[in-house]
Design a protein around this ligand. Structure first.
Ligand code: ADE
Length: 236
């Protein structure tokens, strides 16, 4: 079973539309749609905006469906000069840029209980995702993606996240999906299409481009579902 999480309807609709034999279950106000996508058993959910909603959704998905892998697809602000609107960011690892206990002597983003800052994605899922992006012929970059409960639209904040974590993109859920997966030993991977450049024009760009950008990530995620399923069935 493949788990797919997006924070908004526009990030997920293109996958739910293709689902056959769909069964919906609502838990904690979140609808989980389980069925077949390109013949692969898949569960899809819209988690809502921000890290808390994303964690509730991820933990519930893991406990109810025990997916083999969780993919978070959606949009992000670019922190990299190589990533422009419509391009794709694939995570090497995830960080939570708003976790800050530096006053107590810890590194920014340090997760005490896990004793780390960067949550690594599953190498096998990442490899398949990269193959899917290359097949789609979309410009992409692999690197750290930073999450926090803020829409980033100020150059100073953008520069700080970029230099503190060497991050290539910012968004609001992936870091907590990653942490929840890590705590449950569930493999995960994050793919985000660029909707804006997290600068002074971000709110205008986001309004214009988010839905179109989200489709780029959805198309690659659909390809991932096929490929992951094919490779997993071969091994069985
Ligand atoms: N998602 C898309 N653009 C974003 C931004 N600029 N900041 C945070 N999350 C985003």
């Amino acid at each position: 079973m493949i788990g797919i999480i997006g924070s908004m309807k526009i990030e997920i609709d293109g996958i739910i539309d293709r689902m056959e034999e769909k069964e919906e279950t609502v838990i904690s106000g979140i609808t989980f749609a389980k069925g077949l996508v390109s013949g692969a058993e898949t569960v899809v959910a819209i988690c809502g905006t921000g890290k808390v909603s994303a964690s509730v959704c991820t933990q519930t998905m893991i406990m109810k469906y025990a997916p083999d892998v969780i993919i978070n697809t959606g949009v992000a602000g670019s922190l990299s000069e190589n990533l422009h609107i419509g391009d794709i960011a694939i995570s090497e690892s995830m960080v939570q840029h708003d976790v800050d206990i530096s006053e107590l002597g810890y590194e920014l983003g340090y997760l005490c209980e896990l004793e780390l800052v960067y949550l690594p994605v599953d190498p096998k899922a990442k490899k398949i995702m990269v193959e899917c992006v290359e097949k789609a012929g979309v410009n992409y970059e692999i690197g750290v993606i930073a999450s926090g409960d803020q829409f980033i639209s100020a150059q100073a904040k953008k520069d700080a996240i970029k230099s503190n974590f060497n991050a290539i993109a910012c968004e609001m859920e992936g870091g907590s999906i990653a942490q929840t997966c890590y705590m449950n030993q569930t493999p995960f991977c994050i793919i985000r299409a660029i909707s804006d450049e997290a600068n002074g024009e971000a709110s205008i760009d986001y309004t214009i481009f988010a839905s179109k950008a989200a489709k780029n990530a959805i198309n690659i995620t659909l390809e991932f579902i096929k490929k992951f399923n094919a490779e997993n069935s071969e091994q069985e």
